[in-house]
Design a protein around this ligand. Structure first.
Ligand code: KG4
Ligand code: ZN
Length: 334
C-alpha cells in the first residue's frame, strides 16, 4: 500500500509517501511558514491557515515528484486531525478528504501526538536499528509535553503531561522576552551552547515546579524570567545570556527528572524523546543513554504520520471512520 500522508497541524505544510510493502519512506516534504510568523513574534493561526492553502498542494506535488509516484498510484490518504490549530488542521483534513473522494480511495485520520510518539521508528523505513520496546517516551514540542509508557506500537499508556505551557512554548515565550526571534527554542540552544559558561546555567535558581508525580508546569518559570528581567534596568547581552542559560536548565531539568522517575517506577531501560524540543542539545547531553530521532524527524513532518498509519495498518487497526478536526489532544489526555 502506498500512503500519502499530510500534516498541517501548525505552521508547516507537510506531505510524505510511505510504502508499506517495501517499508520505505519514498518522500518527505516540509514547507515551513516560519518566516511569515517572525514579523508577529509567534504563530498567527489565521496566517497559518492561509499559508497552508497555498503551500499544501505544492507540498503534495513535490512529495509525488520526489517519490516518482503518480496520484493514481496512491492507495490510501492519512491526515492529521488533532491536536493543533483548528483552521490549519481543517485545511489538511478537507484537502485530504476531497482528494481521497476524487480518487475513490480510503482515507484515515491520525493523531499528531501519536505520530510524534512513534517517530523514533522512522529509522526502520531507512533499514536502520531502533530501540526495542518497552519505552518510557516523552513527546516534547511547542504544543505538548507528554509522558508515555509504550509497550508496543499499539499498546501504550499516557502517564502525565503539562498542566499549562509546553516546554517548547516556554522556550519560545522566554526567548521572546529576551528579544530573540520566533521560534526561540533553537536560538536559545545555539546561543547558550556557543557562549554560556557553566556559571551562567546555575546563576539564576529559577523554579522547577513539581506538580503531581508525572506532570509539568512552565507558566511560573516564564513569570520568574519576566520578574528577573524587570529588575535589570538595561540588560546587557551577557545578562540576557545568563537568563537564557539558567532558564534552559529550568526547562530541561524537570523533563529529565520525570523521565528518570518513570524509568524507575515502571522498570523500563529504554527512554525515547521525540518532538521539536528533542532537538535541544542540553536535553540530549543530560540523557546520554536515551534514543532521540534525527532532528528532521523530531520537528513536524508527515513521514511520522505516514508511519503511524502504516503501523496501524500492519496491526489491522487503521481507522476506517475518519474523525473531525479537533484542537485538543486525544480524550485520554487531561
Ligand atoms: O514538534 P514541533 O516542530 O512542532 C509542534 O508540534 O509544536 O516543535 C516546535 C517547538 C518550538 O517550540 C521550538 O522552539 C522547539 O520545538 N525547538 C527547540 C529546539 N528546536 C526546536 N527547543 C529547544 N531547543 C531546540 N534545539
Ligand atoms: Zn508537532
Amino acid at each position: 500500500m502506498r500512503i500519502l500522508a499530510i500534516d498541517t497541524s501548525c505552521d508547516e505544510s507537510c506531505a510524505a509517501i510511505v510504502d508499506t510493502d517495501t517499508w520505505t519512506l519514498r518522500s518527505d516534504i516540509v514547507l515551513s511558514h516560519v518566516s511569515h510568523m517572525k514579523a508577529y513574534g509567534g504563530i498567527v493561526p489565521e496566517v497559518a491557515s492561509r499559508e497552508h492553502l497555498k503551500a499544501l498542494p505544492i507540498a503534495v506535488d513535490q512529495a509525488l515528484d520526489t517519490a516518482s509516484v503518480q496520484l493514481s498510484e496512491i492507495d490510501h490518504i492519512a491526515v492529521t486531525h488533532r491536536p493543533g490549530l483548528i483552521g490549519a488542521l481543517l485545511v489538511g483534513l478537507t484537502y485530504g478528504k476531497s482528494l481521497a473522494y476524487a480518487l475513490g480511495i480510503p482515507f484515515s485520520t491520525i493523531d499528531h501526538i501519536h505520530s510524534h510518539l512513534f517517530s523514533p521508528l522512522l529509522a526502520t523505513l531507512e533499514g536502520k536499528q531502533v530501540p526495542a520496546f518497552p519505552w518510557i517516551a516523552l513527546v516534547v514540542s511547542g504544543g505538548h509535553t507528554e509522558l508515555f509508557h509504550v509497550k508496543s506500537a499499539t499498546d501504550f499508556q499516557w502517564l502525565g503531561g503539562t498542566l499549562d505551557d509546553a516546554a517548547g512554548e516556554a522556550f519560545d515565550k522566554i526567548g521572546k522576552l529576551l528579544g530573540l526571534e520566533y521560534p526561540a527554542g533553537p536560538a536559545i540552544d545555539k546561543w547558550v551552547r556557543a557562549e554560556a559558561a557553566d556559571s551562567d546555567r546555575t546563576h539564576f535558581d529559577f523554579p522547577r515546579s513539581h506538580p503531581s508525580a508525572n506532570d509539568f508546569s512552565y507558566s511560573g518559570l516564564k513569570t520568574s524570567v519576566l520578574n528577573q528581567l524587570a529588575k535589570i534596568k538595561s540588560p546587557t547581552d551577557a545578562a540576557r545570556l545568563t537568563l537564557a542559560a539558567s532558564a534552559q536548565e529550568a526547562i530541561v531539568d524537570p523533563l529529565v527528572d520525570r523521565l528518570r522517575s518513570c524509568q524507575k517506577q515502571f522498570d523500563v531501560a529504554q527512554i525515547v524523546v521525540a518532538g521539536g524540543v528533542a532537538c535541544n542539545s542540553r536535553l540530549r547531553e543530560k540523557l546520554p543513554d536515551a534514543y532521540f530521532p534525527i532532528p528532521k524527524h523530531c520537528s513536524d513532518n508527515a513521514a511520522m504520520v505516514g508511519l503511524r498509519a502504516a503501523l496501524l495498518h500492519r496491526a489491522g487497526q487503521l481507522p476506517i471512520a475518519p474523525l473531525n478536526a479537533s484542537p485538543s489532544a486525544f480524550s485520554e489526555l487531561h
